[in-house]
Design a protein around this ligand. Structure first.
Ligand SMILES: N[C@H](CCC[C@H](N)C(=O)O)C(=O)O
Length: 306
């Protein structure tokens, strides 16, 4: 906050959650929003290209620490971002010394905490499985397996996904071979925009390795191929458990590394645990996306606060 050189500029930190590229933007004390134009322009610059912007705003409700807006790299809004939430926790923990936070997003309240080893857990809430909650455009009573396929009609490459909402829509296609052997870059955009998903969807392929481990790659709605997608890891974990492929506690290996996911029996909530990493900081105009790197890059944990 202290580094603001112009009233129109705000502080931001370039961070990542297992390689999921995140810009944490400090919008506290302001009434405006990061515009879609700013997002598109930041993403067009290789230095600031990102998967999600996490914009921290002043809290709107008593007892919450912040309101968070989540913006995809195409300028659209997302309801959930697990990896980005861990980045926000790390930035705010460095600033305040607090370890536990309650955030407010369009999808509701979100609890998160930093552990002593630096990893961060985010309570992603309860998954939803109703076809109209995801949403799908057709009624399906059993969303553990819906009719949807891609590739030749008699020999589909991907078919019968499980679908779930973690606040945002997800489809998980189960595969038998190495997840890297599928052309997700080609099928992802077709499935993301398939008429089955009126609000589009995040598209993942998952290979179950054991009752406690799966591999996952995701084509993200509004962002494309990413190295990690936390909400997809949660959607895959709950879908694997409800189809009896795995137990309720699993390691999900995304391209950026492992996330540990637990679908708690007690309250139905999904808790995701993983790392967050600070890269560098700068200032940005949230209306246009014009940005500048800070001249001195803080080297200590304390200085990594926004
Ligand atoms: N990377 C995010 C998910 C972004 C989801 C977004 N692409 C959408 O739903 O539109 C995560 O870690 O959960």
């Amino acid at each position: 906050m202290d580094n603001r050189d112009m009233v129109d500029n705000v502080q931001f930190a370039r961070m990542n959650g297992l390689g999921n590229k995140i810009l944490v933007v400090d919008m506290r004390g302001r009434r405006d929003r990061v515009t879609p134009q700013a997002a598109i322009s930041l993403n067009a610059d290789p230095a600031t290209a990102f998967d999600q912007i996490m914009a921290i705003h002043d809290p709107k409700a008593a007892g919450t620490d912040a309101w968070i807006d989540i913006v995809n790299s195409d300028g659209s809004m997302a309801q959930a971002c697990g990896n980005g939430t861990r980045c926000v926790v790390q930035a705010l923990a460095a600033e305040t010394g607090k370890k536990a936070f309650l955030f407010h997003t369009v999808a509701g309240l979100l609890e998160a905490k930093e552990h002593d080893d630096g990893t961060i857990s985010v309570d992603m809430g309860s998954p939803r499985f109703g076809w109209d909650e995801i949403p799908l455009s057709e009624e399906f009573h059993d969303t553990r397996r819906i009719e949807l396929q891609i590739g030749p009609i008699d020999n589909p490459v991907l078919h019968s996904p499980s679908v779930a909402s973690m606040g945002n829509p997800h489809a998980i296609f189960w595969v038998d071979n190495d997840v890297w052997s599928y052309d997700l870059e080609r099928f992802g955009p077709l499935l993301e925009n398939h008429p089955m998903f009126p609000e589009r969807a995040n598209i993942s392929i998952a290979r179950v390795l054991s009752r406690n481990e799966l591999d996952l790659r995701t084509w993200e709605r509004g962002a494309g191929l990413t190295l990690a997608c936390g909400s997809a890891a949660c959607a895959a974990a709950v879908s694997a458990a409800r189809t009896d492929r795995t137990d309720r506690r699993v390691i999900v290996n995304v391209p950026g590394g492992p996330l540990s996911i637990e679908w708690r029996e007690a309250d139905d909530h999904v808790v995701m645990t993983g790392p967050a990493e600070w890269e560098w900081s700068g200032t940005v105009d949230p209306a246009t996306g014009a940005w500048q790197r800070d001249e001195t890059q803080p080297g200590t944990a304390e200085a990594r606060a926004l």
